[in-house]
Design a protein around this ligand. Structure first.
Ligand code: ZN
Length: 151
């Protein structure tokens, strides 16, 4: 990735930190899920208003490191209006970016997190909001956690 592009992508993360999108509780939500990343201390709740299979509206709330909060903010902007299957495809793309550092051909804000792959512990921070959203879509009431369950 060229230096200019790296800078552009850093701006995306800084901007979402400074001005988080869709932050706060969503009064009309019909699905809620919580995510927890104990290895970093990040918390994230997502509120979805599902219209059939489509996310009509979404918000998030939480606390934690800059990566986790900026990623959750960006995630809300990417999944709004999408179906569960489309969200899953986006998550696959995002997961690939943060685990390999490979970015898609077209400019995508999701690629702002490509640098995360060099800090494996931070991958959990970047994917926390996504895990919570996927759980909310599945209607899974157990909190999403980045730690693998042993039982
Ligand atoms: Zn974190």
């Amino acid at each position: 990735m060229s230096g200019d592009l790296t800078e552009l992508y850093q701006q995306v993360i800084l901007d979402h930190n400074k001005r988080p999108r869709n932050r706060g509780k969503l009064p009309t939500a019909n699905r809620v899920a919580h995510g927890d990343n104990p290895s970093c201390g990040d918390q994230c709740s997502v509120y979805l208003r599902l219209d059939g299979d489509r996310i009509a509206d979404i918000s998030f709330d939480g606390s934690g490191c800059a990566i986790s909060q900026a990623s959750a903010s960006l995630m809300t902007t990417q999944v709004k209006g999408k179906t569960a299957a489309e969200v899953e495809a986006l998550y696959e793309q995002f997961h690939h970016i943060v685990t390999t550092g490979e970015t898609p051909e077209e400019i995508s804000d999701l690629a702002a997190f490509a640098g995360v792959h060099t800090f494996p512990a931070r991958i959990k921070c970047a994917t926390l909001g996504w895990h919570a959203t996927r759980n909310a879509l599945k209607g899974d009431p157990t909190p999403a956690t980045t730690e693998k369950h042993t039982d």
